[in-house]
Design a protein around this ligand. Structure first.
Ligand SMILES: Cc1cc2nc3c(=O)[nH]c(=O)nc-3n(C[C@H](O)[C@H](O)[C@H](O)COP(=O)(O)OP(=O)(O)OC[C@H]3O[C@@H](n4cnc5c(N)ncnc54)[C@H](O)[C@@H]3O)c2cc1C
Length: 413
């Protein structure tokens, strides 16, 4: 059997549902396919940066997010292995901005249902197994469900199917990251006490751990570690417990905590694609490449990428014979929007790998409101990332660090 639409979106995560909503609103006939049934879990820190807030408002779901009791997140507390820490809130004028934390099964279902309400044909339980080609052009996908296969044809196919995108793989565009090979362990816990409204980041020698508070004294706990440092042939639960035990503050907070779901493990996390547009297709969200969860911008990137894609598709020329021929502006806008933040993330990874430097910078951020707000503004997707890449910003942190660096070296002796 064959089904035809203007646009076919593969994957009903934040990127797929958002782009489907925006294109349906622009008047396209959109079909959205997901291999899973909603609600479904997705391993994630489950934190939405404050940069997501205006995007969710434009998608018309922000009020629902508030109604279902999402936890506001006002900033981050960052602690090093030596116990030095700083606390930063997001910068804002009269009303301080905040992000949110909530289970992904709730957030993703909310967006998927919003797509249905926007007139998108939403099909669950359909795994895309291959692409349909017409010469060089992608002309749709082949889906499988309960032993049946079906051809779905469309003028444009959007790959929004996450880090292991079958669309990117079938096009030969997918590549693992050559050097950044992290593995994540994620689980939700009932905590003995409320954590408050700050995300907590613990930087260690071999990786990092993040506690994101959620409603009713629950928390999402994620430990990320280099693949090389993972012990082999040991039960994953045991490895996770050991990873957490390496952070004394986390260990203390988890005394009396009870797991709420099964432990989820995934990696290597980072991946790249050679290009994100081509004849009859485009990629969005993690399918367009992913780096690292430390600064938590994946959902922002999925939602903002969806806006950029929808703008290009909706504003492009609509010739009958090649309706979606001009997709390159999306690729340009995408790189302009996200490349600087990825450079910031790479820089932060370099710093985290050097515990002494890390301690100096964290110590120097203590009590320096202007700098912490600038950092939090970039991390929270509120300020452009290039503000942190200015030599002046980094130098100001390091120069202030000279006395404390001397002190640390003296202590180390
Ligand atoms: C450990 C970890 C922690 C993270 N923490 C955060 C965080 O706190 N905040 C944040 O903003 N980001 C975080 N991220 C990143 C974030 O999870 C992703 O960037 C985000 O989910 C990307 O959304 P997406 O829609 O592109 O892909 P996904 O959310 O992965 O959705 C892809 C969808 O495609 C479907 N699909 C896949 N293959 C097929 C197929 N063949 N056929 C049909 N359907 C298919 C899947 O079922 C899924 O529903 C984290 C990532 C990791 C790994």
């Amino acid at each position: 059997m064959k089904r035809t639409a203007d646009v076919l979106v593969v994957g009903g995560g934040p990127a797929g549902s958002a782009v489907a909503i925006l294109l349906a609103r622009a008047g396209f006939q959109v079909c959205l396919l997901d291999k899973r049934h909603f609600p479904r879990e997705k391993p994630c820190g489950e934190y939405l940066s404050p940069g997501c807030v205006p995007l969710l408002k434009r998608l018309g779901v922000l009020h629902i997010l508030e109604e279902i009791g999402s936890q506001p997140i006002w900033g981050m507390r960052v602690e090093t292995s030596a116990g030095t820490f700083f606390t930063g809130t997001y910068p804002g004028e009269a009303v301080p901005p905040h992000g949110y934390a909530l289970p992904r099964e709730r957030f993703d279902t909310l967006l998927f249902e919003a797509a249905r309400c926007a007139g998108v044909e939403c099909l669950e339980g359909w795994r895309v197994v291959d692409l349909i080609r017409a010469g060089h052009r992608v002309a749709g996908v082949i889906g499988a469900s309960n032993g049946r296969t079906r051809h779905f044809t469309a003028a444009l196919t959007i790959g929004a199917d996450g880090r292991n995108s079958v669309v990117a793989r079938r096009l030969g565009l997918f590549a693992s990251h050559p050097s950044h090979r992290k593995v994540a362990f994620v689980q939700r816990f009932q905590m003995p006490a409320e954590l408050g409204g700050l995300g907590e980041v613990y930087l260690g020698r071999a990786g990092y751990c993040i506690l994101n508070p959620q409603r009713a004294a629950t928390a999402n706990v994620a430990a990320v570690v280099d693949q090389r440092d993972l012990p082999l042939r040991r039960p994953w639960e045991e490895v996770f417990r050991e990873l957490l035990a390496a952070y004394p503050s986390v260990r203390r907070k988890l005394i009396g905590a009870a797991p709420l779901n099964s432990l989820q493990i995934l990696g290597p996390l980072a991946c790249r694609v050679k290009r994100i547009v081509g004849d009859g297709f485009l990629l969005v969200g993690d399918a367009a490449g992913y780096y690292d969860p430390m600064t938590g911008e994946g959902i922002y990137q999925a939602l903002k990428g969806a806006e950029l894609a929808a703008d290009t598709v909706a504003e492009g020329p609509r010739q009958k014979e090649a309706p979606f021929a001009a997709l390159e502006p999306y690729a340009v806008a995408y790189r302009r929007e996200f490349d600087p933040k990825e450079r910031v993330c790479q820089l932060l990874q370099q710093i985290v790998r050097r515990p002494l430097l890390c301690q100096v910078l964290v110590r120097n951020l203590q009590g320096r409101r202007e700098q912490t707000q600038e950092l939090m503004g970039v991390v929270g997707d509120l300020l452009p990332a290039h503000r942190l890449l200015r030599p002046g910003f980094l130098a100001s942190l390091l120069v202030a660090g000279v006395p404390s660096l001397t002190r640390l070296v003296r202590c180390a002796r």
